[in-house]
Design a protein around this ligand. Sequence first.
Ligand code: SF4
Length: 169
Amino acid sequence: MHYHQYYPVDVINGPGTRATLFVSGCEHQCPGCYNQSTWRLDGGQRFDQAMSDRVIRDLNDSRIKRRGLSLSGGDPLHPANVPHVLALVKRVRAECPGKDIWCWTGYLLNELSDAQRELVALLDVLVDGKFEKALADPGLLWRGSSNQQIHNLNARGEAGERIPSLVCS
Ligand code: SF4
């Protein structure tokens, strides 16, 4: 996997102070996309073990307390990225207790493949859907157009199962 950009301290992409990784590779080609330079899977730099270690180290850095990790792009759920993002998310879960994980994707939650679902099961929040230029609204929080939805994946039903619930208004 390649990544386009990494912000070790970020207060824009998600709640609180975070670390944010923009991965390379997106197949949605939304008209009006402001991140076209992230479409190519081989753009940017290789996301190697050292980079994975750096993300974990930053999340655990007690000098600048991060609430969690944001995964954006590009598309972290591009099929070619899924195994690599899954490995990172598993590390965050195992090595960074208490940190939340937000992820932005152009795919729809109810249309994901089994591999994508395996990854999404480890997230706290998924913001889904392509960017729709006609529905763009700069006043929206954490999404570019009103068709996109913020799913709280930590909501649970009576039986304890995870039930995605919308948190956007
Ligand atoms: S999903 Fe995001 S990165 Fe991909 S084309 Fe659409 S707006 Fe651009």
